[in-house]
Design a protein around this ligand. Sequence first.
Ligand code: SF4
Ligand code: SF4
Length: 522
Amino acid sequence: METWRLLDTPPMTAAENMALDETLLELKNDGHSPNTIRFLQFSPRSVLVGYHQSVAEEIREGYCLEEGIEINRRNTGGGAIFFDENQLGWEIICNKAFFNVNIPTQRLFKTLCNPVLTALSRFGIKADFRPRNDIEVDGRKISGTGGTDSKNAFLFQGTMLVDFDVDTMLRALRIPVEKLKAKEIDSVKDRVTCLNWELGYTPSLKEIKSAIKHGFETGLNIQLIPGEMTPEENLLFKEKLPFYQSSQWIHSVNPVFQKRDAVQSAYKGEAGMIRFTLVVNLPQKRLKDVYITGDFLSFPSRALFDLEAALRGSLLDRKHLHGIVRSFFDENKITIPGMDFKDFVIPLDQALEKIKIAKFGLSLKHCNQISVANGSFETVIQKKPSVLLLPYCAKRTDCDLRYHKACKVCGEDGCTIGPAWTMGLKDRMKVVSITSFEDLWAELEKMKKDGVKAYIGCCCQPFFAKHVDDFKKSGLPGILLDIDNTTCYDLDQAREAYAGKFESQTRVDLGLLETVLKAASP
Ligand code: SF4
Ligand code: SF4
């Protein structure tokens, strides 16, 4: 039986924890550190984006600054996490030879998560491994994991939710709505659980660590001996720390672009979320820049930057771009457990479709705010949309008709529904105010029965992303225009909004609506 080190480090800053991870992996790779199980904690509270995520996309920086929550980046893939004193991190730093693997696979992830399932069972909690890399109790995540590797070694880590401050997490992280869609639930609170919620009390950290230690010892057939950092580890750790405290590291993934030059798309596949940002030189029909971000695990970690570099400067030609992406996967230049070439070209195609809209005289900024159901922008336009759908959430909150179908076009300041209504009528469209989730599907059904060929609607992009399949199922071709202001998703009030009770006011983008109506009228 092999003996491994158990390294129980005291609470550290986010930068310290990241620098230590890198130190341990590097020295393990060189054969200068023992195989190690480490417990880690964070002080002060921290939010950490995954290796391929950008802080701007995932984190509410202003809120974190106000609350003294540190922001940093992990060297491991996976999604953004909030780490406070109610969570315990565990990680394995080990040579690949121990598991006889070259590239970490989902099977390896399962093997590495099993000890934590054993630990939970000691508390009477039945948990399961859920591909790609979560540990769940009755479908709710209690431990998320991530990993990275080097030539000879890998680091795999997870969090154990002991207790959970959901509200702070929701405020600190921007939860991608596509994630909610995939699990078909409307609240983040339904997706997670913690030891306290499961047990009705909070076990001591000592008990939890002891259970996890036992899980690893039995699961990996090893003996864990408590140990300290070696002098070599201490030295390298001190050398690395300034880099992990620097903006150069924290913001190393940072899509920089002018909105007028870029389109974005997002796709939630089985193994994670992929976002494409294409910065475009339209006159030259070339990609000026490409950013691919997401919460997936890629091996080797840097391969994604190489893919971005290979796409950069390419002609805006779908086949050519597909060829570049395919070669990366076919030639094993990149491995993403649970994902292949097809998962990458779906969001790439979505972004390319948006660029095509520019030929109707729309700016790329406007193209980016448009989603299409059951066809392309061009085919929907050709069908001459005859109905305009407007959301009740854009009506004034003090309007008597806010939760009703009508609008008096009263001319009150601060309401975009009146002007939008007028624009629709001027274009001889039937204008309909949507008052709830059910009302939308009922209206689409009615429109189909009435022989409506196509429609234009205004709704927030998160709603479209979440219900893209429902829009498709309705069968009616439609163009959906994004709306402004904080949506019910940002406020975690989707349930209230669906029931027609959302109390904040959004705004129809009148400039965008006008441009699209103009493109639609010959
Ligand atoms: S324009 Fe219509 S929705 Fe807006 S305040 Fe007036 S009546 Fe209400
Ligand atoms: S989902 Fe919420 S914010 Fe979006 S259009 Fe509907 S009510 Fe408005």
